[in-house]
Ligand binder design. Structure first.
Ligand SMILES: *[C@@H]1O[C@H](CO)[C@@H](O)[C@H](O)[C@H]1NC(C)=O
Ligand SMILES: *[C@@H]1O[C@H](CO)[C@@H](O)[C@H](O)[C@H]1NC(C)=O
Ligand SMILES: *[C@@H]1O[C@H](CO)[C@@H](O)[C@H](O)[C@H]1NC(C)=O
Ligand SMILES: *[C@@H]1O[C@H](CO)[C@@H](O)[C@H](O)[C@H]1NC(C)=O
Ligand SMILES: *[C@@H]1O[C@H](CO)[C@@H](O)[C@H](O)[C@H]1NC(C)=O
Ligand SMILES: *[C@@H]1O[C@H](CO)[C@@H](O)[C@H](O)[C@H]1NC(C)=O
Ligand SMILES: *[C@@H]1O[C@H](CO)[C@@H](O)[C@H](O)[C@H]1NC(C)=O
Ligand SMILES: *[C@@H]1O[C@H](CO)[C@@H](O)[C@H](O)[C@H]1NC(C)=O
Ligand SMILES: *[C@@H]1O[C@H](CO)[C@@H](O)[C@H](O)[C@H]1NC(C)=O
Ligand SMILES: *[C@@H]1O[C@H](CO)[C@@H](O)[C@H](O)[C@H]1NC(C)=O
Ligand SMILES: *[C@@H]1O[C@H](CO)[C@@H](O)[C@H](O)[C@H]1NC(C)=O
Ligand SMILES: *[C@@H]1O[C@H](CO)[C@@H](O)[C@H](O)[C@H]1NC(C)=O
Length: 662
C-alpha cells in the first residue's frame, strides 16, 4: 500500500518535472527566436568584416547569439584583446540592433569600416590596437556614434572636417596614429564631447578657437604633437575640465594665467614647453589636485607654498625648471602624498627635516639642486634621491654617501646596463641589475653610480619599468649585452668617478628589444629620447629603431669626451615625445644596453707598474735568501768572519733601491 502511494507520488513528481522542463525549453527557444538581428544589419556586419579584415566572425550563427566568434571571453593571456558585438534585443517586436562593437588588439590590417553607417543604433566603436590604415571615412559623418576609439593604429592624413558632424560624440580617441595637419575648427561642433585624446600623432598648427565651444570637456590629451604657438587662453571656457595632459605638445610657454579658473582640475600634466620661461602659474584654486606635473616648462620663481596644503596630492613633478629659493618646512597636510620630483631646479637652503625623516613610503627626488649640503649618511636612502642636490655649480663634488676617495685610478669602465656581469673577449662588463626606483640613488659602488628618476604614469608599477628583457631570440654578436637593458620613465644618470683626466671614447650601445616591427600593433610604438654626456646633448629625438634600421639590431653611438674633474656623466632623458601606448600602455622612455668608457691615452704607469710587480715577484725571494746568507756569513756561521767586506754592505743597502727602479 505504502509502496503504491510512493509510486504515484514519484510519477506525479516526474510528470511535473517534465512539464516544467518543456516549459523552460519553450521559453528559451522563444527568447532566442525573438533575439534575432535585423537582416540588413547582419549584411552590414559582413561588409564591415571585409573592410577591417576580420576573418573569424561565424556568419552561420546569429551575431546576437553570444556565440564565441561574436563574443569571446576575455583572457589575462591577451590583455589587449577584446572581441565583442553587443546587441540590444529590447526593441519593439523583439528585434535586435547592434549597439557596440569592440575589436581590440586583433592586428586587423584593413581600413576603418565605412559600413558602420548601416548600423543606425551603433553607439560605441572601439578599434584600439590593430593595424588599420587610411583615414576616417566620409560615411561616418552620418553615424550616431557616442564613443569612438581608433587609437593605436597606423591611420594617417589630416583629421577630416566631417568628423565634426558626429555631434553625438562624447568620447573620441585617435592617439598613437600618424594623423597630420591642423585640427579642423569643425571639431568645435562636437559640443557633447567629454573626453578627447589626440596624443602621439603629427598634428601641427594652432588649436582653433572653435574648440572653446566644447564646454562639456572633462578630459583633454594633446601630448607628443607638433602644435605651434601658446596653449590658448580659451582653455578657460572648459569649466568642467578634470584632466589636462599636454606633454611635449609642441607648444610654447607661458601657461595661460587663466588656467586658475579651471578649479575642477584633478590631473594637470604639462611638460616640455618651448621658448622663454615664465613664473609658476597660479593653480592654488584647484583644491582637488591629485596628479600635478609641470616638468621642463622653464618655470621660474619660488616653490609655491600652497602646494603643501593640497590634501589630495599624490604625485608632484616640478622637475627640470628654474625654481629658486627654500622649500617650505611643513608638509603635514600632504596626507595623500606618494612622490615628489624636484629634480634639476635651483632650489637652495636646507633640506626640510620632514623630508629627511619621513616615512620611506614617500619617494622624494631632490637631485640636481643647490641645497645646503647635508651630512652623510642621512642621504643614503632608497627612496630619497639626493644626487648632486647640492652641486652648487661644481660637478666634481656631488653629495654622496661615499667620501670622494678613490682607491684606484680608472682608465676604462664597462657596464652591461640592466644585466648581469658578462665578459666579451678580454673586457668584463660590470653587472647593473639592481632594481630601479622612482627616486633612487644608492651609491653602492666606488667607480660608478646610478641615479634614477621617474615612474611610469597611467599603469600599475611592475619590475619591467626599469629593466627591459628581450622579447625574441637575439642573433647579433655579443648578444648578452643586449638581452637586458636599463629603462627610465624620465631621467637616468650614470655617474662615473675616479677617472684620470683626459680624453675618453664613450660608446653607448642600444638595441630595441621591447617594441617590435612586424605588421602588428606591437610595431606601432615610437620610442624617442635624448642623451647627454657631460651635460651636452649628444643624441636628440633619438629613435633606436630608425638608427639601427630595425628592432633587435645594434646601434653604437661613439663620441670623444674630455674629462677634467675625474668624473663623467651620461644622462638619458625622456622629453615627452613618441608614443606611450604601444605595444602596451606604459612603454616609453629611454633604453640603454651597455656602456664602454675608455681613455684615449695610455695609462701612464701601467707598463712600469707591471714590470715592478714582475721584478718584485722574481727578486724578492732571492733578496731574502741573500739576506739570510749574508746574515749567516756576518755572524761567522759560514766562516771568514774577519774578512767582512764593506762592498757587500753597500750591495745590501742598494738592493731595495734597485728593486724600486726596476
Ligand atoms: C548575450 O549576453 C548578454 C550579456 O551577457 C545578455 O544580456 C544577452 O541576453 C545574451 N543574449 C543571448 C541571446 O543569450
Ligand atoms: C535597448 O533599447 C531600448 C529601446 O530603445 C532602450 O530603452 C534600452 O535602454 C536599451 N538598453 C540598453 C542596455 O542600452
Ligand atoms: C557635415 O555637415 C555639414 C553641415 O552641417 C554638411 O554640409 C556636410 O555635407 C556634412 N558632411 C558630410 C560628409 O556629411
Ligand atoms: C570622461 O572622463 C571622465 C573622467 O574624467 C569619466 O568619468 C567619464 O566617464 C568619461 N566619459 C566618457 C564618455 O567616456
Ligand atoms: C610630420 O609633419 C611634418 C609636416 O608638418 C612633416 O614634415 C614630417 O615629416 C612629419 N613627420 C613624420 C614622422 O611623418
Ligand atoms: C560656438 O558656438 C556658437 C553657437 O553654437 C557659435 O555661434 C559660435 O560661432 C561658436 N564659436 C566658435 C568660436 O566657433
Ligand atoms: C581671464 O579671466 C578674467 C576673468 O574671467 C577675464 O577678465 C580676463 O579677460 C581673462 N583673461 C584672458 C587672457 O582671457
Ligand atoms: C628659459 O627662459 C629663459 C628666459 O626667460 C631663456 O633665456 C631660456 O633660453 C629658456 N630656456 C629654454 C630651455 O628654452
Ligand atoms: C647656489 O647657492 C649658493 C649659495 O648657497 C649661491 O652662491 C650660488 O649662486 C647658487 N648657485 C646656483 C647655480 O644657483
Ligand atoms: C670644484 O671642486 C673641486 C674639488 O672640491 C675644486 O678643486 C674645484 O676648484 C671646484 N671647481 C669650481 C669651479 O668651483
Ligand atoms: C633572449 O635572447 C637570448 C639570447 O639570444 C635567448 O636565449 C632567449 O631565449 C631570448 N628570450 C626570449 C624571451 O626570446
Ligand atoms: C661605433 O664604433 C663601433 C666599433 O666599436 C662601430 O661598429 C660602429 O659602427 C660605430 N658607430 C657609428 C655610428 O659609427
Amino acid at each position: 500500500m505504502a509502496a503504491a502511494v510512493s509510486d504515484i507520488l514519484r510519477m506525479t513528481f516526474s510528470l511535473l518535472l517534465l512539464m516544467l522542463l518543456t516549459f523552460c525549453m519553450k521559453s528559451i527557444k522563444l527568447e532566442a527566436q525573438a533575439g534575432l538581428l535585423a537582416s540588413d544589419e547582419a549584411d552590414a556586419l559582413r561588409e564591415i568584416a571585409t573592410q577591417v579584415g576580420k576573418m573569424d566572425w561565424n556568419n552561420k550563427v546569429d551575431p546576437c547569439s553570444n556565440e564565441t566568434s561574436w563574443v569571446t571571453p576575455t583572457s589575462s593571456q591577451r590583455p589587449m584583446f577584446d572581441n565583442k558585438v553587443v546587441c540590444n534585443c529590447s526593441f519593439p517586436g523583439g528585434v535586435c540592433h547592434i549597439v557596440a562593437i569592440f575589436l581590440k588588439g586583433q592586428d586587423l590590417a584593413g581600413s576603418l569600416p565605412k559600413s558602420i553607417v548601416k548600423l543606425p543604433y551603433l553607439k560605441n566603436l572601439d578599434l584600439w590596437a590593430n593595424y588599420l590604415s587610411g583615414t576616417i571615412p566620409r560615411e561616418w559623418a552620418n553615424t550616431k556614434l557616442e564613443i569612438l576609439s581608433v587609437a593605436v593604429n597606423r591611420l594617417s592624413g589630416p583629421i577630416p572636417s566631417y568628423l565634426g558632424n558626429i555631434t553625438t560624440l562624447r568620447y573620441l580617441n585617435i592617439q598613437n596614429n600618424m594623423f597630420s595637419g591642423t585640427v579642423p575648427p569643425e571639431l568645435g561642433n562636437l559640443i557633447n564631447l567629454e573626453n578627447i585624446t589626440l596624443s602621439a600623432n603629427n598634428l601641427t598648427g594652432e588649436l582653433p578657437l572653435a574648440l572653446a565651444n566644447l564646454t562639456k570637456l572633462k578630459e583633454l590629451r594633446l601630448s607628443s604633437n607638433n602644435f605651434i604657438g601658446r596653449i590658448p587662453d580659451f582653455i578657460q571656457s572648459w569649466k568642467q575640465l578634470d584632466k589636462l595632459e599636454i606633454q611635449a605638445g609642441g607648444f610654447s610657454g607661458p601657461i595661460p594665467s587663466n588656467i586658475s579658473l579651471l578649479t575642477g582640475i584633478t590631473e594637470l600634466r604639462i611638460s616640455n614647453l618651448l621658448g622663454d620661461g615664465s613664473e609658476f602659474p597660479n593653480i592654488e584654486p584647484m583644491e582637488g589636485m591629485t596628479y600635478l606635473m609641470l616638468s621642463n616648462c622653464n618655470l621660474s620663481g619660488s616653490f609655491p607654498g600652497y602646494l603643501t596644503t593640497m590634501a589630495r596630492l599624490k604625485v608632484l613633478d616640478l622637475s627640470f625648471n628654474r625654481l629658486k629659493g627654500d622649500l617650505p618646512t611643513n608638509y603635514d597636510s600632504l596626507v595623500s602624498l606618494e612622490k615628489i620630483y624636484l629634480t634639476r631646479n635651483m632650489l637652495s637652503g636646507p633640506i626640510p627635516t620632514w623630508i629627511e625623516s619621513r616615512n620611506t613610503r614617500y619617494e622624494f627626488d631632490l637631485s640636481y639642486n643647490n641645497f645646503t649640503e647635508i651630512p652623510a649618511p642621512t642621504n643614503c636612502k632608497e627612496t630619497l634621491n639626493l644626487f648632486k642636490s647640492s652641486w652648487g655649480g661644481n660637478y666634481s663634488k656631488p653629495v654622496e654617501c661615499l667620501t670622494d676617495f678613490c682607491s684606484k685610478d680608472q682608465y676604462a669602465v664597462h657596464i652591461n646596463c640592466g644585466g648581469p656581469e658578462t665578459t666579451i673577449g678580454n673586457t668584463i662588463y660590470e653587472a647593473d641589475d639592481e632594481p630601479g626606483g622612482a627616486t633612487k640613488y644608492v651609491p653602492k659602488r666606488e667607480v660608478w653610480q646610478l641615479s634614477t628618476t621617474g615612474h611610469v604614469w597611467d599603469v600599475r608599477p611592475t619590475a619591467d619599468d626599469y629593466i627591459a628583457q628581450n622579447k625574441s631570440v637575439l642573433r647579433m654578436s655579443n648578444s648578452q649585452l643586449y638581452t637586458n637593458a636599463r629603462l627610465t620613465p624620465l631621467s637616468l644618470t650614470y655617474h662615473v668617478r675616479c677617472l684620470v683626466n683626459g680624453n675618453y671614447m664613450v660608446k653607448l650601445h642600444f638595441a630595441e628589444i621591447v617594441m617590435r616591427d612586424n605588421r602588428s600593433f606591437y610595431g606601432l610604438g615610437r620610442r624617442i629620447f635624448d642623451v647627454y654626456i657631460q651635460d651636452k646633448v649628444v643624441l636628440k629625438d633619438f629613435d633606436i629603431v630608425k638608427e639601427a634600421q630595425g628592432v633587435d639590431k645594434v646601434y653604437i653611438h661613439n663620441s670623444t669626451t674630455l674629462v677634467t674633474d675625474r668624473a663623467l656623466e651620461i644622462r638619458l632623458h625622456w622629453a615627452g615625445k613618441g608614443t606611450t601606448t604601444s605595444p602596451k600602455i606604459g612603454i616609453y622612455g629611454p633604453l640603454i644596453s651597455a656602456i664602454d668608457i675608455e681613455s684615449q691615452f695610455k695609462p701612464p704607469n701601467k707598463g712600469k707598474r707591471k714590470r715592478l710587480i714582475v721584478a718584485g715577484v722574481v727578486v724578492l725571494p732571492l733578496f731574502f735568501i741573500f739576506v739570510l746568507l749574508f746574515t749567516l756569513w756576518w755572524k761567522g756561521y759560514l766562516g771568514g768572519k774577519k774578512s767582512r767586506d764593506p762592498g757587500l754592505q753597500k750591495i745590501f743597502v742598494f738592493f731595495p733601491f734597485t728593486v724600486m727602479i726596476a
